[in-house]
Design a protein around this ligand. Structure first.
Ligand code: G3P
Length: 220
């Protein structure tokens, strides 16, 4: 399973990279807005830190402009993934870019029907927004399961990347339901790492090791 963090914060990215499990960093316009810096400079900085894929979401409205924007950004990145917001222009752009060997991700996907079209347009990844679907009273987890099952039945190579994930249980569930990747806030990645029973267990082992060493000194 591929693991990404959904951030453009360099401190978070550097810390996440130290875990040695990160496959890359995903961004979107809202994430870049929070940083308040030039997006090209920030993407180049992220690319320096990350040994993996860096994802950028195009903001152009028509397919030819999307392709131009994607090519400009892709030239800055070692392993670019171009995010395209679900829609007719993005399908056209995805086909052109994937034919050129540039990986694409269809983002803002909320239905199995959209996932079928994304795969037909050559998208490498498709992003169902789990949290945002749950927010409107539908099931984001069920959507992940349905798309993963459909891709498997049809033999599509497009990977499901769960997005808009809000907690550890979201990651566990989508992994079990067939998602091949997940992108999450830095906070959720840290939640995955820690468990109070791990911390309690480690403290006990350290205390017992000290007692054992004291026992050795006493006995020999
Ligand atoms: O980057 C796409 C997605 O992960 C955004 O999540 O929390 O804004 O719904 P969220």
């Amino acid at each position: 399973m591929e693991i990404y963090i959904d951030t453009a914060d360099l401190t978070e990215i550097k810390q996440a990279m130290t875990l040695s499990i990160l496959d890359g960093v995903t961004t979107n316009p809202s994430i870049l807005l929070k940083q308040g810096v030039s997006y090209k400079e920030r993407l180049a900085e992220i690319n320096e830190i990350v040994d993996g894929k860096v994802w950028y979401q195009v903001v152009s409205d028509n397919s030819m402009e999307m392709v131009k924007e994607a090519q400009e950004v892709a030239a800055l990145l070692s392993q670019p993934v171009i995010k395209l917001p679900m829609g007719a222009e993005s399908l056209k752009a995805s086909k052109i870019l994937s034919d050129q060997g540039i990986e694409t991700n269809m983002t803002l996907v909320f239905s199995v029907a959209q996932a079928i079209l994304s795969a037909k347009a050559g998208a490498s990844y498709v992003s169902p927004y789990v949290g945002r679907i749950n927010d409107i009273g539908w099931s984001g987890h069920q959507l992940i399961k349905d798309i993963a099952q459909m891709y498997s039945i049809q033999g599509f190579q497009t990977k499901v990347i769960g997005a808009s994930l809000r907690g550890t249980q979201d990651i566990v569930s989508i992994a079990e339901l067939g998602a091949k990747a997940a992108t999450m806030p830095f906070k959720v990645l840290m939640q995955m790492l820690h468990h109070p029973m791990s911390d309690i267990g480690l403290i006990q082992f350290r205390e017992d090791w000290k007692a054992y060493q004291a026992q050795l000194i006493e006995n020999f």
